[in-house]
Structure formats: structure tokens, C-alpha cells
Design a protein around this ligand. Structure first.
Ligand code: MG
Length: 420
């Protein structure tokens, strides 16, 4: 069995939880007809370089060492159409290379006439591979691609504690029960309600037995947690932390939803100029550069950090350095520009932005900047807590011309790219 594991915090949390080396199985349900999508098979729609279905599977395979994965596909009336249906499901699932790599562990199972029947079919198929053990089985909607490693980790932990678990979220709107005439019969207490999502997590043997009893009862049940509740003696389902973004694609309108999750990028441009005078330090990027002339200014005059600060403010739409730190305010007299940048960067990060890169040009006649460049890059990257390769600073002289060339001033341009 080949497995690619990306060790994120959530994965490590799960691996710690999985210290008893439980067998793990995954069922992804994709046998629906997508009637509310006007017949467009939502699980097969393109998303993030793969499909909705492969995106859903990918998160699970990164999170835990599943040894068997069953995927249900729509059943058909004749064998040719059935083969065709399985083929479509196969190519949608393997649209991401990291999922295709696990193809030898995947089984495709024709769905039934309902979700319940499809899950039952898949449970029976999965059981054939675990004759001597009772694995933990995760059941997930193929059209729920925004599931996270955290949701998976929490649900897994919940199932180990309580026997079964499901992620849930508290409804945002007030919920009421209706009578047959459509009038409110009962006002429900919102804090005691949960809207459940997937993955739903169970012990396979008990769930399989419960499904058999559910089928024998001749009734349809909402989902597997209801079947567990009703047919597993003493069966309890722990509700773990879900997330509103773990949404199931149901309607045509939801198709725009993946776009909201694609990366957003912004660029920013900052510029600053300070006069060079004697008796002041020359500060560049938080580093004092040996020089007979330094920047005049209200703060420490670090022209490079000011331009960077303005670029970050501009890209994030938070304003500019003048409005953040008014020169008229005596509080900023002699201020350490590193602290000003730290303050601004904390606000930019609080809005969800991450730095792509920062590129700067210093116009300075003397002294030569090159010997100081590495130190300056280190200083800026440590203030922003980013990698050094995200920062670049270069310098140009003024060719003895103008303010720069005549050593009356120093200028900086900075551009940045922010992402979220
Ligand atoms: Mg300035």
C-alpha cells in the first residue's frame, strides 16, 4: 500500500489519537442523481485542478492512513450503462494525482435506490476486506469538498470516545417545528439543536448490523446517525465540531461557491523619501548603516521600513502610514520603525492576509548598500516572521545627479503581494 502523508498539525493530532493502530475505512457517497442540480452530476464538476469528488477524497487521504476506500456511483438499468457510470466515477475520483496513487486501495460500488441503500451496499463490500477486524468507518458525501483535516480529526476522536461521531454546527436561524397546517407547533431551543454534516464515523460491524435491521424495518432513515441511534443497543453519537464552510454542494447556485475559496491576491506599492543630514543615523530595514549622513525625520527615519509599511497598508486596504501614525502625534517622535511595521503587519494579518513577497528599491548615492543587504533582508524577514526568500532589496545610485546623486536625500519604492 502506497501512502503519501503530509504532516500537518491536524494530521499529527490524528496520528496521536490513532496510537492503537485502528483499521480505517472510508466510504464516499456519490451515487445520487443530482436532481436539484438539474441533472448535472455535482461530484464530477471541475474544482482545484481536479473534481469536487477528488477534492473531497484528497483531504481524507492526507489526514489518515485509510486502508480501504469505497466510492459509490449511480446504478443503471443495464450492464453497459452501469459500466459507463462506474467509468465516469473512476475518472472523476482519480482526477487528482494524489488520489490516483491510491487506486489499488479503492473499490467502486454501485449505489442503491436511496442513500441508505448505497451506504449499505458499500458497507457490505468494505466488510469483505476486514474479515478479522472491526475497522472505524468514515462515511462522507462526495459533494462536500471543503471538509478539513481538523473536522476529520475531531470526528475520529469523537468516535473513539463515544462509538460514533458526526460533525455538527448550531443553526444560525431560529428553528421551529410545524404542525400539518404549516403553523408553528413548537419553538425549539437553538442551543440544543445541531445541523449535522459529514464525515459520520462509526465502528463497521455495529453499523453493518444496524443497517440490516434498518432495511428489514422497511423504512427510510435520514442518515446513518439515525440508524445507529435506533438500531445499535445503547448507541450514542457524539457531535463534534463542524464548520459552516463544510458545505454540501446541492443547488446550481452553490457552483460559484468554490470560487470563494480560490486564492485572493492583492498588490501594494509604497514610496518614501527622507532628507539626509549630518548628526542622524542612517537606518535601513531596522539596521544602522555606517554613514556620515542619516535620515532626518520625526521617527528614526527608516525610509525602507516606511515604504514597506505603506505597501502593506495599501495592499490590504487599511490606509496609509500617515493616518496610522500621524507625524503630529508626539508619541511617534523617535519611534522605532520596526515597531510601527510590526503594529501594521499584525493588523494586516488579522484580516487574513499572508505575504507572497516583498520587493524594494533603494535610491542612495553612498555608502554602498550591497555589503549590508543580507543583514537588512534578515532584519525585515524577522520583523514580518516570513522566509528570507520572500524579501528582496536592491539599491541604485543617483549617478551624482539630483537629490539622490548630490546626497541630499534617500528614496525607497516597495511593492508587495498579499494572498488569502
Ligand atoms: Mg518616512
Amino acid at each position: 500500500m502506497t501512502q503519501m502523508m503530509i504532516l500537518t498539525t491536524a494530521t499529527m493530532k490524528v496520528m496521536t489519537t490513532n496510537s492503537n493502530h485502528e483499521d480505517l475505512a472510508l466510504i464516499i457517497v456519490a451515487a445520487g442523481s443530482s436532481s436539484r442540480m438539474g441533472g448535472i452530476k455535482k461530484e464530477y464538476l471541475p474544482m482545484n485542478g481536479g473534481t469536487v469528488l477528488s477534492s473531497s477524497a484528497k483531504v481524507f487521504l492526507q489526514s489518515l492512513p485509510f486502508s480501504k476506500i469505497a466510492v459509490t456511483y449511480p446504478s443503471q438499468n443495464n450492464s453497459i450503462e452501469l459500466k459507463n457510470s462506474e467509468e465516469k466515477c473512476r475518472s472523476a475520483l482519480f482526477a487528482h494525482p494524489s488520489v490516483k496513487e491510491r487506486s489499488s486501495d479503492v473499490i467502486f460500488v454501485a449505489g442503491g435506490s436511496s442513500r441508505q441503500a448505497s451506504v449499505f451496499n458499500a458497507l457490505k463490500e468494505i466488510k469483505k476486506h476486514f474479515n478479522d477486524s472491526n475497522p472505524i468507518v468514515f462515511i462522507h458525501d462526495g459533494a462536500r469538498p471543503f471538509v478539513t483535516e481538523e473536522i476529520i480529526a475531531d470526528a475520529y476522536k469523537g468516535a473513539l470516545e463515544a462509538g460514533a461521531a458526526v460533525p455538527g454546527i448550531q443553526p444560525v436561524d431560529t428553528q421551529n417545528e410545524l404542525d400539518e397546517s404549516g403553523c408553528i407547533k413548537r419553538h425549539l431551543i437553538r442551543s440544543l439543536l445541531t445541523a449535522v454534516q459529514t464525515p459520520q464515523v462509526f465502528h463497521l460491524d455495529q453499523l453493518l448490523k444496524a443497517h440490516q435491521l434498518a432495511q428489514d424495518s422497511g423504512r427510510e432513515y435520514t442518515d446513518d446517525t439515525e440508524i445507529w441511534d435506533l438500531f445499535v443497543p445503547g448507541g450514542k453519537v457524539k457531535v463534534t465540531k463542524g464548520n459552516p464552510s463544510n458545505k454540501k454542494i446541492t443547488y446550481k447556485e452553490d457552483i460559484d461557491f468554490p470560487k470563494e475559496h480560490s486564492a485572493m491576491i492583492r498588490t501594494g506599492l509604497g514610496y518614501d523619501k527622507h532628507a539626509l543630514v549630518s548628526g542622524r543615523k542612517l537606518m535601513l530595514g531596522g539596521i544602522e548603516i555606517e554613514s556620515d549622513l542619516g535620515e532626518d525625520g520625526h521617527s528614526d527615519g527608516d525610509v525602507l521600513l516606511h515604504a514597506i509599511t505603506d505597501a502593506l497598508l495599501g495592499a490590504s486596504g487599511l490606509g496609509d502610514i500617515g493616518s496610522y501614525f500621524p507625524p503630529s502625534d508626539p508619541k511617534w517622535k523617535g519611534a522605532d520603525s520596526k515597531e510601527l511595521l510590526k503594529t501594521v503587519w499584525a493588523d494586516v494579518k488579522a484580516k487574513g492576509w499572508k505575504l507572497g513577497n516583498l520587493d524594494c528599491v533603494i535610491a542612495l548615492e553612498k555608502p554602498k548598500f550591497l555589503p549590508h543587504r543580507q543583514k537588512v533582508i534578515e532584519s525585515i524577514s524577522s520583523v514580518l516572521e516570513v522566509n528570507q526568500d520572500q524579501i528582496f532589496v536592491k539599491a541604485k545610485t543617483g549617478e551624482k545627479l539630483g537629490d539622490i546623486g548630490q546626497r541630499r536625500a534617500v528614496e525607497v519604492w516597495a511593492t508587495c503581494l498579499l494572498e488569502k
